[in-house]
Design a protein around this ligand. Structure first.
Ligand SMILES: *Cc1c(COP(=O)(O)O)cnc(C)c1O
Length: 461
């Protein structure tokens, strides 16, 4: 075995070959040495297992070719772009909302340059990083002030920690939600140092339940939009309006975690209705929090709008400094929000809304183009059809509402072939992610960002 180990080339010898020198010129000395060590270690492991020199280690050119492949691979970003054909438009695991062009431009401009992030250009002195967005949000929602943090989970944490640390927060049992990625209201309460006071039952909560729970330790009344599930049947919940009246009676603020936080009435675009931020403010809720990358259609952010005095308290809490957004996100969010100043143009300009409202006819045409391209490669082993498909908004918005869509479906002639196909799509240079359902692979056009890019990718199938 020692003799076999000795047949592996020494690193300095490898580097002195013409191929080795070429690699160093391209990738730099340290990266090449690191990769050499890694590769030779693999060679030694293989010798231990198989008691012979692996053929690819017998030839310098094969070794340097393997090194080149590895070095190239390590230069590539592994969080790859994918084509979303799952039918879920706001797919949390695939990065939620696609930024509108205006947001992308604003972000790129901010990335490589300086921006007046905390600099008041009129006065020439220190400004506030949320101020541009705050003004816009007030105009759009009617609220008095706003605060922006990293995501909505952070927004909820900041509200609770600022307004109710060491105190009690009353919330309905039916609203103690868990959403994906370990966001659970009781856990966030605990992290914020608040005591959770659950009232009512899973399916029914009455105003009297809240009233009975109020005592001198109560700091807040809280509502949570039960985004990712619905309770049907014998149910009752207390509206924000009622809770606000109760809050006024006892001088307690009412806060709402709205989750998706639509900034425009979706029903105007033929979509299932979601409560809007404006509605909640009009109903008198003191603070409303929501995500930037769900229905709003912008970058990941958590937005809180509401009462000026309470927002000032959030802004001066040390946690705000921990949770604040950077210049790129704030630029992109501002650009996204500016689109809402022109509501008629919103379905063209806001990518998420565009995806959700594209007419079925248009999706059918796209499905035809996709089917033709796939048939070239797959018609032998699969039955291809164009079928109506139930798409979803995703990210907890309207979990039961189906949005009409169209999919190309692939039915395998044998079951094993279907999983193999799913894997084959995922192995493409830009992986194609569909949905396996009813023994078919569904490629739903509603959630797709770019048909031409998809057709180009499929050349590699
Ligand atoms: C999505 C959601 C959250 C979490 O928002 P992130 O922006 O993902 O942190 C919290 N509450 C509700 C009700 C939600 O729907």
């Amino acid at each position: 075995m020692t003799a076999l180990f000795q047949q592996l080339p020494a690193i300095d010898k490898l580097l002195k070959t013409a191929e080795g020198e070429q690699l160093v010129a391209e990738f730099g000395h340290s990266a090449v040495v690191t990769e050499c060590r890694r590769l030779l270690e693999q060679g030694r492991e293989q010798i231990k297992r198989e008691h012979q020199l692996p053929p690819e280690f017998g030839d310098i050119r094969l070794i340097t070719a393997a090194l080149r492949r590895q070095l190239q691979q390590r230069r590539q970003v592994r969080m790859q772009p994918v084509h979303n054909l799952t039918g879920t438009v706001l797919h949390t695991n695939l990065g939620r909302a696609l930024w509108p062009a205006a947001a992308q431009q604003a972000a790129v401009a901010a990335m490589g340059g300086n921006v007046a992030l905390e600099y008041d250009l009129q006065e020439g002195r220190r400004g506030h990083r949320d101020s541009y967005i705050s003004e816009l949000l007030c105009e759009l929602t009617g609220a008095e002030a706003a605060c922006v943090v990293n995501n909505n989970a952070a927004a909820v944490l900041l509200m609770l920690a600022t307004l109710a640390k060491g105190k009690e927060v009353i919330i309905s049992r039916g609203e103690l939600i868990e959403i994906g990625g370990a966001f659970r209201i009781p856990d966030i309460m605990q992290q914020a140092g608040c005591k959770l006071v659950e009232v009512g039952t899973t399916n029914r909560t009455h105003l009297q339940d809240y009233r009975d729970a109020i005592n001198e330790d109560t700091a807040l009344l809280m509502k949570v939009h039960s985004s990712n599930y619905q309770i049907c049947g014998f149910t009752h919940s207390v509206t924000e309006q009622e809770l606000v009246d109760l809050g006024r009676e006892f001088d307690l603020p009412v806060i709402t975690d709205l989750g998706s936080g639509a900034l425009t009435a979706l029903s105007a675009y033929g979509l299932p209705a979601e409560p809007t931020v404006q509605d909640k403010w009009r109903q008198g809720v003191d603070l409303i929090s929501f995500s930037g990358d769900k229905l709003l259609g912008g970058p990941q952010a958590g937005i809180i709008v509401g009462d000026r005095y309470l927002i000032e308290r959030l802004q001066s809490h040390p946690l705000k400094r921990v949770l604040r957004c950077d210049k790129v996100i704030l630029s992109a969010l501002e650009a996204t929000l500016r689109l809402y100043l022109q509501p008629e143009r919103l379905p063209h300009q806001l990518t998420t809304l565009n995806q959700l409202t594209r007419p079925v006819d248009q999706l059918t045409q796209q499905a035809q183009a996709l089917k033709v391209r796939l048939e070239n490669h797959l018609a032998q082993d699969y039955i291809l059809r164009i079928e109506p498909s139930p798409a979803q908004i995703g990210s907890g918005s309207q979990p039961l509402a189906e949005i009409p869509s169209v999919a190309v479906t692939l039915e395998a002639k044998t079951p094993a072939k279907l999983t193999a196909l799913f894997a084959r799509f995922k192995a493409l240079p830009q992986p194609v992610i569909g949905r396996l359902e009813n023994d078919k692979l569904w490629l739903d056009l509603r959630s797709l960002a770019d048909l031409n890019a998809l057709l180009d990718t499929l050349e590699h199938l």
